[in-house]
Design a protein around this ligand. Sequence first.
Ligand code: EPZ
Length: 421
Amino acid sequence: MSQLTITGGRALRGEVTVQGAKNSVLPILAATLLARGPVELLGCPRLRDVDASVRILRHLGCDARWEGSSLVVDTAGLNRCEISDILMREMRSSAIFLGAILARCGQADLSYPGGCELGPRPIDLHLSGLRDLGAEIREEGGVLRCRAPRLMGRELILSMPSVGATENLMLAACGAEGTTVISNAAREPEIVDLQMFLNACGAKVQGAGSSSVTVEGGRTFHGCTYACMPDRIVASTYLCALASAGGSVRLLGARERHLATVTAALREAGCAIASDEGGLTAVCRQRLRAVRAVRTAPYPGFPTDAQAVLMAALLRSRGTTVFEENIFENRYRHVDELTRMGARIRVSGRTAVVTGVETLHGAPVRCTDLRGGAALCVAALGAEGETQVSEICHIDRGYEDIARDLRALGADIVRVETEER
Ligand code: EPZ
């Protein structure tokens, strides 16, 4: 097991390059199954979730290997269209492979992806859209047996703008005959990145970023070299770290338009944030003010993935901030751990009320999930004394090396490998 030891109470000063986006590279790795030639992903982040995707690609018979900071995938050797239960359970978002395998192979057998710490993670919208495209999907004892000898393009209407369902249906539609229009599509920047990757491989996808995405089917796909976008949630995390500890930092590669609701909240709290071609510069010199209600919503609303880290940044603010988590059922698991550090937070259903306190104190805390774990680090930077953060495997799913990055920003943080208990 590993843990992070963080000594808070000192201002941050430094700069860091923001890693590639987890939620962009994961659907792109599934999309490599469509390419009939090698794909080189430049600056691919080394994450536990990327490792899980690589294991799935290799299980399917593909070649996937690191070449420096690039991940090179060649799917020429693809010889299976089923994903084992063990592999499916390693990463909740492995459902994203379904559309791509169907488009490439015409069939797919994979077990139902498990829920996760955030609550049940249904894929009913994915399955109903695939059925609308002509897939026959039987659910037998926890396994999805999918047959789609001919996918036929048509209009698909999502009952809610699901990110994963939009991405899965874009990939399946690439293997369909005719044109598919996905209405009420999710608008996240990562979906625009997926469209750009697919078009770099020879697809003709338009409209990503709007609520209507059009995919022209029947095209063949070649390999490409692609650099995925910077991770807007990692950038948001480091901005919240600055807000929590004070100081001045520069985030190279961060694009403000991708996290405008987060920078707006931090400016309202009293941070000065400037953006330029190279990234973002943030300065915080005084105690933060509480922010009006923070309601999570599909993009371009406030991102659910930044809820925990913004909460952590506001724990010592002057006043009260009300959070409303509207995307996931169980996304306040970090609250109990923050309370151990002296935070004042009251949770009732989807609402969490944060009343700012003068000081937080370091304490031993435990990661409950990916973004909740990052929030513990953010809070620890603004706390007096030492905090030990354990079960940091959750954080490693989405942050390449949070200790390295926060140290580059001037934090007193070390990763300690503790013996297996
Ligand atoms: C993606 O998850 C992200 N993961 C999540 O990031 C992110 O929080 C989420 O989008 C929302 O922005 C990846 O991109 C790998 P959804 P996804 O489908 O696709 C319900 C992180 O921390 N729903 O938009 O699973 C679902 O239960 C992770 O990086 C259905 O009911 O999100 C949830 O309540 C966490 N039926 C809501 O919709 C479906 O078929 C949003 O889910 C699909 C989803």
